[in-house]
Design a protein around this ligand. Structure first.
Ligand code: ADP
Ligand code: ADP
Ligand code: ZN
Length: 217
């Protein structure tokens, strides 16, 4: 299955993507995670990307497109993949379409997680992230077993540098102007399915599973 996750920042894309990837045994490709790792490791890519991430702006299309192309060419993506955080611009979506055409494959579905802005702010402010393994928690909605410690790997949890209120506002603005048009883009291609992301995490996942079972059969 080839899946794209769409939705505003904080909607729960990463949370659901991890659950889907595990259930359907496909690689989860998060451009945000790849970029944050590069910044943390201070690689040439990280050096280029960090100023954009810290300002809540999008990293230039050609950089992200290059990352995604080389990742999708890897063997583990042959039977399917789940893209989380890409595409984020119409140009990126067109670039992905070109790539898939070259590879002679199609997207199966685009899952659009819908959440009101009011709820998003609460999700950002409570988000805690593991810098080592990328696991995400929420102090109220999805707390780790031991406060401040990652359940998966035992590392300390941090607040993402771009989860402060000012940067969050910028990211929401960038979403509205630049990424939201993709809802229409994929709706016109009959690939879009909307999911109510305001429900609890497990309920959202049940809804997504039902949708995906429909695609498989
Ligand atoms: P995104 O990848 O879309 O930015 P995340 O998956 O990181 O979003 O989720 C943002 C925050 O909200 C995280 O702290 C996560 O634990 C929490 N969260 C995700 N889905 C839900 C949900 N359905 N209800 C409540 N909190 C959620
Ligand atoms: P969120 O989970 O809140 O939606 P992500 O982890 O997906 O955030 O992305 C974090 C940051 O990484 C973005 O604000 C942006 O700077 C950069 N980024 C991630 N994906 C892309 C992309 N496809 N194009 C450009 N920038 C991206
Ligand atoms: Zn961890």
């Amino acid at each position: 299955m080839r899946i794209v996750m769409l939705g505003p920042p904080g909607a729960g894309k990463g949370t659901q993507a991890k659950k889907i990837a595990e259930e359907f045994k496909i690689p989860h490709i998060s451009t945000g995670e790849i970029l944050r790792k590069a910044v943390q490791d201070n690689t040439p890519l990280g050096k280029k990307a960090s100023e954009y991430l810290d300002k809540g702006l999008l990293v230039p299309d050609e950089i992200v497109e290059g990352i995604v192309r080389s990742r999708l060419k890897m063997h583990d993506c042959a039977a399917g993949f789940l893209l989380d955080g890409f595409p984020r611009t119409v140009r990126q979506a067109e670039n992905l379409d070109e790539f898939l055409k070259e590879e002679n494959v199609n997207l199966d579905i685009v899952i659009n997680i819908q959440v009101e802005q009011r709820l998003l702010i609460e999700r950002f402010t409570g988000r805690r992230t593991c810098q080592k393994c990328g696991a995400t928690f929420h102090i109220k909605f999805s707390p780790p077993k031991t406060p401040g410690i990652c359940d998966k790997c035992g590392e300390k949890l941090i607040v993402r540098r771009d989860d402060d209120i000012e940067t969050v506002k910028k990211r929401l603005e960038v979403y509205e102007t630049t990424t939201a048009p993709l809802v229409d883009y994929y709706d016109r291609r009959k690939l879009l399915v909307n999911v109510d992301g305001s429900k609890p995490i497990d309920d959202v996942f049940e809804d997504i599973k039902k949708v995906l079972e429909g695609v498989k059969s």
